[in-house]
Design a binder for this molecule. Structure first.
Ligand SMILES: Nc1ncnc2c1ncn2[C@@H]1O[C@H](COP(=O)(O)OP(=O)(O)OP(=O)(O)O)[C@@H](O)[C@H]1O
Ligand SMILES: [Mg+2]
Length: 241
């Protein structure tokens, strides 16, 4: 099988939510699936252990532990990774992330790598997230808001990826608010496909915290075009690192 890079149009847009949903879905279907969050800022101490909030979410959602291999850089300051790293006296480098991704791809059937923030988030003084994505050569899943304001951010993100010849598997639209947005959402889907030329994988509903563990992921994903992901897995031809 292979892997995907889950990026978003912004921070707090639902990358962790969608990574967790897809991880649980493929685990439930019997695929050895692993979520990887290479750079986590805003890591928190839990007793003696520094933990990544995104990994805690994956584990809660999937009902299993993934262990320390889910992170490479854990930074305490909740800021852009380059700033958190500089303030903590660390330099984020892409090579250890590339190596860890390769290791995970070789030891699991399917790997979802979650970015931090959007595409042009600095990792250090020289590289941003899109440089890392380019090096990893994984098809991208772009998470975007479902409602108002999505067209501009999503199309600009797609333009940036296309400019670098990075393969985009598709867009996931995430309902980040409880508003009823049917008319706007429907038009967003149409305009996004028209303006970006990228298929929409599906829309994820707004859910409340209490419902997370008992959420029927299969029922939601039944309405998604999951064949987009399956085809991307089959046609994946990654260049050597
Ligand atoms: N569909 C949804 N319904 C309800 N709440 C959601 C939904 N999607 C995301 N959220 C909530 O919004 C917040 C941000 O989501 P998430 O952590 O997935 O974003 P992110 O893009 O991974 O952010 P970061 O850039 O910090 O990694 C979280 O509190 C999450 O639980
Ligand atoms: Mg996240």
């Amino acid at each position: 099988m292979g892997g995907f890079f889950v990026t978003g149009t912004d921070t707090e847009i639902g990358k962790t939510m969608i990574t967790a949903v897809l991880t649980r879905h493929y685990l439930e279907r019997g695929s050895d699936t692993f979520p990887y969050k290479p750079v986590q800022s805003g890591a928190e101490w839990e007793g003696e252990k520094l933990t990544a909030p995104d990994t805690v979410f994956y584990e809660r959602f999937a009902g299993r532990e993934f262990g320390p291999e889910t992170n490479t850089y854990l930074l305490k300051i909740p800021s852009s990774p380059h700033l958190a790293a500089a303030l903590e006296g660390v330099k984020i480098e892409s090579q250890p992330i590339v190596d860890q991704t390769e290791k995970l791809l070789n030891s699991h059937e399917l790997v979802f790598v979650e970015g931090a923030g959007g595409l042009i988030v600095p990792l250090n003084e020289e590289e941003t997230m899109i440089d890392l994505i380019d090096r990893l050569s994984l098809p991208v899943i772009l998470v975007a808001r479902a409602g108002l304001g999505t067209i501009n951010h999503t199309v600009l993100s797609v333009m940036a990826l296309k400019q670098r010849n990075i393969k985009i598997a598709g867009i996931v639209l995430n309902r980040v608010t409880s508003d009823e947005l049917t008319e706007i959402e429907e038009d967003n889907r149409r305009m996004l496909q028209k303006l970006s030329g990228v298929p929409i994988i599906g829309t994820f509903p707004y859910i409340t915290g209490r419902e997370i563990e008992k959420l029927d992921v299969g029922e939601i994903l039944e309405h998604w075009n999951m064949n987009i992901l399956e085809e991307a897995m089959q046609h994946e031809s990654r260049k050597a690192y």
